[in-house]
Structures are given as C-alpha cells and as structure tokens.
Design a protein around this ligand. Structure first.
Ligand SMILES: [Zn+2]
Length: 395
C-alpha cells in the first residue's frame, strides 16, 4: 500500500522526522512525503470544490493508492476527514482547543484512523467517545483520549481479526498495531511521537553519572521474579567488582531496589519513581511470566501503565526527558508450563498474554535479551552493564 503525504504550507510538522518514524515502524504500508511546495488556496475546505482544485495539481497522484493531505484550515462542516476519489483531506483546525498533545501525534492518529476504517469490513462506528479507534468523534475533543489509548476495543478487535484473511490486509493490520502502540506510548506520557527520532539518528550522547560515587542501577521486576531479583540485588554489585568489570569500565556500580526505601506515605509507585528511578543511571527490568499489577493515576484513578515494572522501564525509555535512565530488559526464555486442571490456569494464561503484548510494544525501543536461569541472567547483566557504561557514561 503506497500512501503519499502532503502538508499544507506552514503545517507545523518536521517532515524528515515523520518520514524516518514511519519508514522505521511500518512494513506493508509505504509512505512518501510530497517534496514540492504545496498550499491550499481556499480559506475554508469544501467537497468537491477544494478537492477538484488539488487533484490535478499533484504530480503523479495516480501512482499512489491513497493521497493524504493535511491542513490546519477548517472544513465547512468542521469535520476531520473527507475523501474524494483517492484523495483525502485531513483538517487539524483549532488543534490547541482539542488537546494539549502535539499535532504530530494527531497526524499519526488520523492516518491510523483512516486505514482502520479502510480495513473495517462493516460500517460500524461508536457514536459515544470510548477511546476505540472506531469512535466517530462527534465531539472532536475525543481525539485526545483516542491518541492516549490508541486501541481497538475488544469487540472491534474481534470483528476485524475474524474478518481479515487476506495476507496484505493482515500485514496492514500489523502495521496499524505498531503505529498505535507508538502513539499511545508517546501520548500517555504527554510527549511528541516524533521526539525520539532525532536522538536515534546519531549515537546516544555520553552522559555523566547522577551520583559522584558511581553508577546507580535499579532493579525493576514483577512479583514472580523473586529468585532473579534476590540474586541481582545480592550479587551484582560484588560480582561486578571481583570479576573485573569495574576495572574494565572504570566505574563502580551501586545496585538498588524498592527494598531500600524506608516505609513512607504516598502511593508506592510514585515514591519509587521519584526517589529511585529519577536518580538512577540504568533501569534493569527482569520479567518471567507476569507483567504485574497496573499502576494508576492517584488523582483520577485511571490506569497509568500496565504495571509498576513496565512503568519504570518506560520511564527509562522516554528519551524526550534528557535525564531519563537507560533501559535494559530481560525476559525469561520459556513460556509457563500450565497443567490443564490448574485452578489458576486462566489467570496464568492472561498474565502471559499481557507480558507478550508488552514485549511487542517495546520492540523498537530497547534491546532486550532472553535468559534461561538466574545465574545465566546474572552473567548477561554483568557483561551488558560493563559495555553500556563504556558506551554511555562519561569517563
Ligand atoms: Zn470499538
């Protein structure tokens, strides 16, 4: 599927970064960005009036499956999208009244929205705001929630999954999922989805350690990793020294976990974020068969991240914050063994599914590695830390 993206004169988006982002995450959908100067003359967009003027003005328009044109001008009916032949015009008029998220996130949302409608076998739309990509958005402010959640609701997911059999459509569907993961991850932390692109083009800049005493490492892990966690907390620091990793990289490490916090008031995850994650240089996340309990926003009670560990890791991966720690993640190599009559069979399965989804969602953000047993984990983490300290930490 070949899609041409055209931006109205002065549309506030970094096209180079947008192109890098899109070509980095999608495989079936191929995007191109119109290189010539372009502007919409009409002060208000109408159909077919504006479409009739634009259509003949675009070079090689017929060589694309779809042409998406973005503008900040308003439609006469104030809607987001209309189409005529294979040209669609997306209006992001009055963006700042709809949301405080970046307009780049809006562009990605509308692209995903359009393609989701395209692969939808029925005309189904939600008429209320649910956060599902099939929301009609009668109240345009619903786009804020739509970007933060960027998801198919369960019903819609089932409908799409059961109707698509065509290979190409399946690949497009996969591209959509990746785009939606990127969109919700950026939006829920209030960051511009294209922020991370600039950084990832070069090598990561070397940084100073946050503490003068050495490199602070925090171990993040859900409840089913007791053995791994104990081993890392008890042995990592000492092994790093006695096995000469400290000598090789010239830095001492200090290993911390939430166990080091004195008991105190406040929502535990917020305390951990503030006191431990923010002052660490590396977050080492370890997963076995569970993702853990979702974290919530204390004020609203809304779900904030899939789990405490994932929140700690995602904070580390949020490169829009200059002081973010560096994330390292390790996943146990084997799926859980479940006997058919286990009373908690369904629970184990659903935990495993959540973990698998999460792993997919961080695929392009962090290099993660499998481990087979706790001692194997310890030796991998030791080597990785030595290398990462040499690569990322100033001497
Ligand atoms: Zn839905």
């Amino acid at each position: 599927m070949k899609i041409l993206l055209i931006f109205d004169k002065d549309f506030p988006i970094n096209k180079t970064r947008l192109f890098k982002f899109l070509s980095g995450v999608t495989t079936e959908i191929k995007f191109e960005i119109y290189s010539k100067d372009f502007s919409i003359e009409d002060s208000v967009i109408t159909k077919p009036g504006t479409f009739n003027k634009i259509h003949p003005a675009i070079d090689k328009i017929e060589t694309f499956d779809r042409v998406f044109c973005f503008t900040q001008k308003q439609y006469i009916d104030n809607y987001f999208i209309h189409e005529d032949r294979h040209l669609s015009i997306f209006s992001l008029y009055g963006w700042n009244y709809l949301t405080n998220l970046s307009i780049s996130n809006g562009v990605i949302y509308l692209i995903v929205d359009y393609i989701s409608l395209d692969i939808n076998p029925t005309d189904f739309r939600h008429h209320e705001t649910t956060g599902c990509i099939y929301d009609f958005l009668w109240d345009k402010r619903g786009i804020d929630d739509g970007m933060r959640q960027a998801r198919f609701c369960l019903n819609c997911l089932e409908r799409i999954s059961s109707h698509i059999s065509d290979e190409t459509q399946l690949k497009i569907f996969e591209d959509l999922k990746v785009l939606m993961n990127e969109l919700s991850n950026a939006s829920k932390w209030n960051t511009d989805i294209l922020n991370k692109i600039e950084e990832s083009t070069g090598t990561i800049k070397k940084r100073k350690t946050k503490s003068q005493d050495g490199v602070n490492i925090v171990i993040a892990s859900p409840g089913d990793t007791d053995i791994e966690r104990r081993l890392l907390l008890d042995s990592l620091e000492r092994k790093f020294r006695v096995d000469n990793h400290e000598k090789h990289c010239g830095k001492r490490i200090m290993v911390n976990g939430w166990e080091d916090l004195a008991s105190q008031n406040g929502y535990a995850q917020d305390v951990i974020n503030k006191k431990i994650i923010e002052s660490s240089d590396f977050v080492v996340a370890v997963f076995k068969h569970k993702l853990g309990t979702p974290t919530k926003d204390v004020k609203t009670g809304a779900k904030r991240a899939e789990s405490g560990t994932s929140e700690e890791l995602l904070q580390a991966l949020d490169i829009s914050k200059s002081s973010h720690p560096i994330g390292m993640a390790y996943f146990f190599s084997a799926a859980p063994v479940i006997s058919l009559d286990a009373p908690d069979k369904e629970k184990i399965e659903s935990e495993w599914k959540r973990l698998t989804e999460f792993k997919k969602s961080i695929l392009d953000k962090v290099i993660y590695k499998p481990y087979t047993e706790p001692t194997d984990l310890l030796s991998i983490v030791l080597k990785d830390l030595e290398k990462n300290i040499m690569d990322y930490i100033e001497k």
